[in-house]
Design a protein around this ligand. Structure first.
Ligand SMILES: [Zn+2]
Length: 456
């Protein structure tokens, strides 16, 4: 096998429009080579994952919150790896790092990547996997002299652990978060995003901005582990299908503040109480019932969660005076998302009235479900079929940088198998065969993905 260009994505291949008669032969060679190269790429991705996992605060699993010292170390590792691989590295004021294969910068490259930060006590694959796959594909482009432009991105602070909402880095890149926003967004300690950036050695005022124009990217691809069991092999099957994400859920988050009257737990009669914790507890149960009424038989996905509750004064012998909770509603349908949020708010008002407490709501994030690029999904599906790799079209039930990138560029996501079915926890897992097949699909799809750059 030739050591030179193994995937026919060079200038010659791009120039060969309409496809030459020899395309079936070239296609066959491409698939064979994509399969063999995927093994090499897998091995290196696994090595990189191991290295990045070491950048973690102490404790179970991986803790690499956005803009902390551990996160900075991971971003520095990424910059060094890009340099060592001969990629052209650049970073912006928000800490997003980019590695461009020679000639790829400003040439509408296929940008592959995800994020390097983690949740508290998370796993080693969420985000990092997508960065490591992008990095290795870009390295392979250099090694094999591909002239098809590819780049890798490591987005900063995608997880919402620190600021209550995520995709901070990609939103900064796309100009969705800028200027005064950086003074308004605060972390759990009340520090503004601007000050957090400054403390991390980044300069939000005069630091580099990357212009996101047409030449910046031709398409964006994010590889991610399955965060649940949506890809679990069906009965009889032994392999995970490669997940092709068709829709990314919109996530709406609302803070509900319940206020009543703090009082002594013994002296205050039951009939005289204004207990916001009781009302909030009823709301948690009724919100779940609301989900239950929508669930089953509905073609669009829905999830309702209350995972954060702050009780004041949070004392065993005091009736609570205030309760803050955050309602998280997500759906692949805008209509269902908005209707569910409206129903939940109505429910909160009714529960507050009967519970003789007050409730106010603040929207933290208004979700917009995003459809991934149908042409990219078709190209990936075609590559999978040619390589006899099973795929499954799935929704993503969590938000990702891809939904931010999709505002401007064709974007798609690939999910790979996670045997534990758990994410955001130390038991997060990766099925290596599934990842290898996903890599094969990407390599084999590169010629078709390249044609997205200049639709004729
Ligand atoms: Zn992620």
């Amino acid at each position: 096998m030739s050591q030179s260009l193994r995937v026919p994505i060079g200038k010659d291949a791009l120039a060969a429009k309409p496809r030459a008669q020899g395309s079936s032969l070239r296609r066959a060679r491409s698939d064979l080579d994509a399969e063999s190269q995927s093994h090499e790429i897998l091995a290196r991705v696994l090595e990189d994952l191991e290295q990045v996992a070491a950048f973690s605060a102490p404790g179970p699993g991986v803790t690499r919150l956005g803009y902390t010292a551990e996160d900075a170390a991971a971003r520095a590792w990424f910059a060094a790896e890009c340099g060592a691989a001969g990629l052209e590295y650049e970073a912006d004021f928000a800490g997003n790092g980019f590695g461009w294969a020679p000639g790829a910068r400003r040439s509408k490259p296929l940008l592959i990547g995800s994020h390097l930060d983690s949740v508290l006590h998370g796993g080693r694959y969420d985000g990092t996997l997508g960065v490591c796959v992008g990095l290795e594909v870009a390295r392979a482009a250099v090694r094999h002299g591909w002239s098809y432009p590819v780049g890798v991105v490591a987005f900063a602070c995608e997880e919402s652990t620190r600021f209550g909402f995520g995709t901070i880095g990609s939103r900064c890149l796309m100009g969705i978060l800028s200027g005064a926003d950086l003074d308004k967004v605060t972390d759990r300690e009340g520090t503004t995003l601007k000050d957090v950036l400054l403390a991390a050695g980044l300069d939000p005022t005069t630091g580099p901005r990357i212009e996101v124009d047409d030449s910046f990217a031709g398409a964006f691809l994010e590889v991610h582990i399955d965060q649940g069991t949506i890809l679990a092999p069906e009965s009889g099957a032994t392999e995970y299908p490669v997940g092709l994400v068709t829709t990314i859920v919109g996530v709406s988050r609302i803070r509900l503040n319940w206020s009543g009257q703090a009082a002594h737990s013994g002296a205050r009669l039951r009939s005289d109480r204004h207990d916001p914790l009781l009302a909030a507890a009823k709301f948690v149960i009724e919100a779940d019932a609301l989900w239950g009424r929508h669930d089953g038989g509905h073609k669009d996905s829905l999830a309702i969660t209350v995972g954060k509750l702050d009780v004041f004064p949070n004392s065993p012998n005091t009736v609570a005076g205030q309760v803050d909770l955050i309602l998280d509603v997500r759906s692949t349908s805008q209509k269902l998302l908005d209707a569910t949020v409206a129903s939940a708010l109505q429910l909160a008002t009714e529960i507050a009235d009967t519970g003789r407490v007050r409730v106010t709501s603040t929207s933290l994030n208004k979700g917009t479900p995003v459809r991934t690029d149908a042409r990219m999904i078709r190209a990936l599906a075609k590559a999978a079929t040619t390589g006899s790799i099973a795929t499954k079209r799935i929704p993503s039930l969590s938000g990702h940088d891809a939904m931010v990138m999709a505002r401007r560029y064709p974007a798609a996501m690939i999910f790979v198998g996670n045997p534990s079915g758990i994410s955001h926890a130390p038991t997060e897992d990766l099925d290596q065969d599934s990842l290898r097949r996903a890599i094969q699909v990407i390599l084999a799809a590169l010629p078709d993905l390249s044609e997205l750059r200049d639709p004729s």
